[in-house]
Write a protein that binds this ligand. Sequence first.
Ligand SMILES: *Cc1c(COP(=O)(O)O)cnc(C)c1O
Length: 829
Amino acid sequence: MTVKTPNDNPLPQAEHEHVRTGTSPRALKAAFQDNLNLVVGRPLEISTAEDRYHAVALSVRDRIMQRWIKQVERWNGANLRQVSYLSAEFLMGPHLGKEMLNLGITEHARQAMTELGLDLDQFIGLEEEPGLGNGGLGRLAACYLDSLATVGYPAIGYGIRYEFGIFDQIIKDGWQVEVTDKWLRFGNVWEIARPHFAQVVKLGGNSEHYTDEHGADRIRWVPGRVVVGTPYDTPILGHGVETCALLRLWSAEAAQSFDFADFNRGDYYGAVHEKVYSENISKVLYPNDEQIQGKHLRLEQQYFFVACSIKDMIRLCLRRGLPIERFNEMYCIQLNDTHPAIAIAELMRQLVDKFALPWEQAWDITRKSFSYTNHTLLPEALEKWPLPLFSSVLPRHLEIIYEINHRFLDEIRIRYPGDEGKVERMSIIDESGEKYVRMANLAVIGSHAINGVAELHSELVKSQLFADFHEMAPERFHNVTNGVTPRRFIALSNPGLARLIDDKIGDGWLTDLDRLKGLETYANDTGFQQVWADVKRDNKIRLAKIIKHRTGIVVDPASLFDIQVKRIHEYKRQHLNVLNIISLYQRIKHDPKYVGTPRTFIFGGKAAPGYFMAKLIIKLINSVSEVINHDPQVRDMIKVVFLPDYNVKHAQNIYPAADLSEQISTAGKEASGTGNMKFSMNGALTIGTLDGANIEIREEVGEENFFLFGLTADQVASLKTDGYAPYDYYHGDMELKQAIDLINCGLFSHGDTRLFRPLTDHLLHHDEYLLMADYRPYVDCQQEVDHAYRDPAHWTHMSILNVARMGKFSSDRAIREYGKNIWNIEPLQ
Ligand SMILES: *Cc1c(COP(=O)(O)O)cnc(C)c1O
């Protein structure tokens, strides 16, 4: 039986009824059945849920491809400047729900499935997440592709098609255990392999001089081996528009010709070994926060995808009939951190060695093409490669880097005669001890624009990290505060809230987030507050069920959901959160008449596999959780949950259910944060430090709607120079002392008094991230939160204002700023 809908057109060939491209429920139903039978090859009756997911996904993909094809036709020939977003990570999240949302077909698809007795949401839930990123940086790249498509800039995101993405996290005995992520196990319907655009990449070997046919002295790179990069394309549709961005990920394969040579020599196993070795390059994503310095394969990975991408751009440039001298008119290349910074040397190599352009001209083209986004000030996260390693993988690039450096340092010596300290600091080569190539310096020197990712961060980039460069050329330094896509993080994650907003202010806000301002009028409307609170409550009930299902822990949706989800890192200070929980626990234990707001503390996040302290923090959270959740005296007041395997899919259920967002990094350490934005957009209030984008969020939502505590970045710096003594705080604050002592006495570790010693000792004697100093202000601020939550009307009022004032943090705004200030291009829409 077919249900009549407004879109049900009697003309079977009308566009929206077309089986491959139509968007009516009837067309989608027919498409599903066709794909299930003819592509998946299964009859409906005996098909599995995975089969059906595939059929739905293929049906959606058809509709995207139709738009993609039209766009390629439209853009071909038009001489448009294109954005090439180079990123070693793209943390896309599941595609199906988001693509249906952007196509505007979710309800029709749901109806089609219902008519077949099937549940669309089950299929959406089945999709394996392509976890091709670690956290914020990779997720930012994904949000930016969504916005590039929606705002309408021609754009390709270039990256690596890792066979194994970020590991899946399971918790055993309270410890993190890593499980390989086999996201390609059941195939990936969203991508299309393009073997005819494959590129050959050289590695190792040496460079040599030769005389070309005009008698000129030239240099060429004679590689030790070569690998082939095959691109896999995934079009990323914008919201409510016909434009797509393209995600082009490179997969490494063995070069056929090399194999054959070995076959002929009869070295079959040698050839197979070569094949395996080559394929290793795109095998696995490196977890960040770890010492990756010195990892040969990581450098090969970076160069591999960069070389493929630059060659791909040159191919497109020449195909369009543009001479190579006009490369920079066709491309803006954005470096997402230093991971792809070797692209600067690679473009120089192509222009100078291959196209025989004079050095000065090649350098001019290169600098006009590149811009660089810095994502961190943490010294251990700044990439540098030991010279011997670098020269063994990229001998010719090292020569080119020497030449870039030599010319640059000559300029410095002329401008600042006698200032050898400056020369040392600005050099691409670190010669202070063992020699290194500093990728950040290469990125700055080779780019026309450098930006930080939040106002404070950009200021610190200018005043600390790149102070010498800033002094020399201040006009090249910018700020673009990060943003997130409201399509995934409001509409898809929180449909209840989206509907409520639609009802009040119409649906234009999803692509023009400043319109949320329209909600301010209703912030005091008790009727509206009630439905607002109902949406939050429903989201909390949904998350409570997930918590029960995944951890067995029963939590009360009426309690305050206090959530900290993000990578586990000492600078993010999950252990400060734990210290507050332990203090609260102590208070309840010692005071039988204690009244407070019942809370559920929820944590989630992965630790880098080699990061011992982060893993110990996960163990501590789980140990505290075990004790508190089983203590009859406190368990109705507080619960502690560690939700395993934090990823985009799980994030979508978590952000909408939060009352309180924990953004408690040491001031000056979190470059921007984007989790903070997602929480606030979903109506959570923030408890946070003046760090990263927290500062701007607080400015936007109003200081009265934000729980602020802790040292400022300036205070952190001066406390450190004046000599910081964490021990004094421990002795000066009874509650703090008790919390630390309680950990040390073995209460949370079945009497083991040594388990957490590395953590507590570090806090008492080093405390690099100043937990001891920020403990008291944090705990007191949490008391304010407690009081505020007991006035539900006022809390909801603040929650509404948070959402209403988040317009700035749409990634559409960020992308428009890049377009205007950095890429110098106009959007098409
Ligand atoms: C947004 C997001 C992050 C970044 O969170 P921060 O709180 O900014 O560190 C990390 N991982 C996932 C899965 C995300 O969605």
